[in-house]
Structures are given as structure tokens and as C-alpha cells.
Design a protein. Structure first.
Length: 253
């Protein structure tokens, strides 16, 4: 008599901001991206991604989802956005996009550079995420979205630097976008230099931070490529397919 053993597939957990939801047209998701591809291949998916949120909130939602559904062997994917969002979230409420953000302005002044503040925020976010991974004795596979994963993530044993840059994966083969592989690369499109009050800065610091912000705002030019359309802000279903095929290959799914 032949006994057939059925191997159940792991559940999939996805956490992120809007890039974790899929392909967008205006305010609507028209294709659920990697979630859809996993579902089509027979996986059960729990997606806690939430647009216009913060990494801290997403981490909390992931923790709650894992508490309810996680079992050993399940797979967790976490997508990073702009780490400064966590600094400005409360300040942006009810404000116009060109209004000054005194809290962010002061944090930047104290940090001494945008990169320093970004790294500080990423370390805090990764620490929260690693605590969740330790809690469930799992590895969380981290993917760089609008901002690349910072190498400081390697200080956290339960976080796997899985895809340093999804943007680089999609358009890094274009010579003009080679900088997308840089560890401090990011695309800022929710705030600009107009939000910074430079009145308490010395001239050199003000010029340096203006340059850092302007460079990251200018990186939005990469979203002109077809892989980020129809909306020009998020990877489309083809961009999600590229990531999905990479996941399958790397994790032997």
C-alpha cells in the first residue's frame, strides 16, 4: 500500500505601507501584487499592509496578526518605506504640504544630517521589528521599498536583509539609476525642503540638508518607468511578479 504524504504550505504574512498592497490606480488597488501571486499558488496570506501609515503602526499590526495566526515555518515579509514618515506622521495631520514641520526641523538639526536621522529612525524601527521576530521565534524577511534597507539591520539577528532595494531590482539595470543600489538611497515624495524651518541652522548645515532632501525628492524620476505605472508611485503587477519570482527562487518555494 502506498501512503501519500501531503506537505502543507506555510502561511504568508506581508507587512508594509502602500507598496505592500499591490498595483494602484488612483485611490484603488486593482491587483493585490505578491499577495495575489501567493494566493494563486495556493498559499494562505495575511496582509496587514496599510497605506498612509507608519512603520511602528505596521509593526503593531503584524504583531497582532502573528499572535492570532502564526505557526512555526510560516513566512513573514516586511517592506520598508520612508523612515522619516514615522517622525512627521503626527505633525502632518491637518497641515498643508508646504507648511513648516518644527519637530522634523529640530530632529534634523540635532542629528546633523538627513542620513543620520534616517539611520536613527531605521534602527528604532528594526529594533521594534526584531522584538516581534524574537517573540515568535521566526525570521522576518525585509525588503527595501521607497527607501533601501539600512545595513544596520544586520545588528538584529532575527531580521533577514532579503532584498536591499526593490527599486534597484526593477530599474537598477538602467545606468542612470545605478545609485538606487546605494545603502542610503530613497525616494521622498510626501515632504520636501519646504517643510523644513532652517532659521536655527548654520549656513553649512542648512545647505547640506537641503542637498540631501533635494536628491531624494529628485529620485522620483525613477518612477517614470513603465514598471511603476499606471500610477507612477508604486510597482505595478509586473513589478510585484519580479519580486515574487525572486522570493520563490531564493526560498525554494
Amino acid at each position: 500500500m502506498t501512503i501519500l504524504l501531503t506537505v502543507s504550505k506555510p502561511k504568508i504574512f506581508i507587512a508594509g505601507l502602500s507598496w505592500g498592497r499591490g498595483e494602484w490606480v488612483g485611490p484603488n488597488v486593482v491587483h493585490r501584487g505578491i499577495e495575489q501571486y501567493f494566493t494563486d499558488d495556493g498559499y494562505r496570506v495575511h496582509n496587514v499592509s496599510k497605506p498612509r501609515s507608519t512603520h511602528t503602526k505596521i509593526n503593531q499590526l503584524l504583531d497582532a496578526s502573528l499572535a492570532e495566526y502564526y505557526q512555526p515555518g510560516d513566512l513573514v515579509f516586511w517592506i520598508q518605506a520612508d523612515p522619516i514618515i514615522d517622525v512627521i506622521a503626527e505633525e502632518l495631520v491637518g497641515k498643508l504640504t508646504n507648511q513648516k514641520l518644527p519637530g522634523l526641523s529640530e530632529r534634523l538639526r540635532l542629528a546633523g544630517s538627513l542620513v543620520a536621522l534616517m539611520t536613527e529612525q531605521q534602527r528604532t524601527i528594526y529594533c521594534e521589528l526584531n522584538n516581534i521576530a524574537v517573540k515568535y521565534d521566526t525570521q522576518i524577511h525585509c525588503i527595501g521599498g521607497t527607501y533601501n534597507i539600512n545595513p544596520v539591520i544586520q545588528d538584529f539577528s532575527n531580521l533577514n536583509l532579503f532584498v536591499p532595494s526593490w527599486i534597484n531590482m526593477l530599474v537598477g539595470h538602467f545606468t542612470e539609476y545605478s545609485r538606487s543600489a546605494d545603502e542610503n538611497f530613497g525616494v521622498t515624495h510626501t515632504w520636501t525642503v519646504d517643510n523644513i524651518d532652517f532659521s536655527a541652522y548654520n549656513v553649512n548645515l542648512a545647505d547640506a540638508i537641503r542637498k540631501e532632501i533635494t536628491e531624494r525628492v529628485a529620485n522620483v524620476i525613477m518612477f517614470r518607468e513603465d514598471i511603476f505605472h499606471p500610477d507612477g508611485v508604486h510597482p505595478n503587477r509586473d513589478g510585484h511578479r519580479v519580486l515574487y519570482e525572486y522570493i520563490k527562487q531564493e526560498l525554494d518555494l
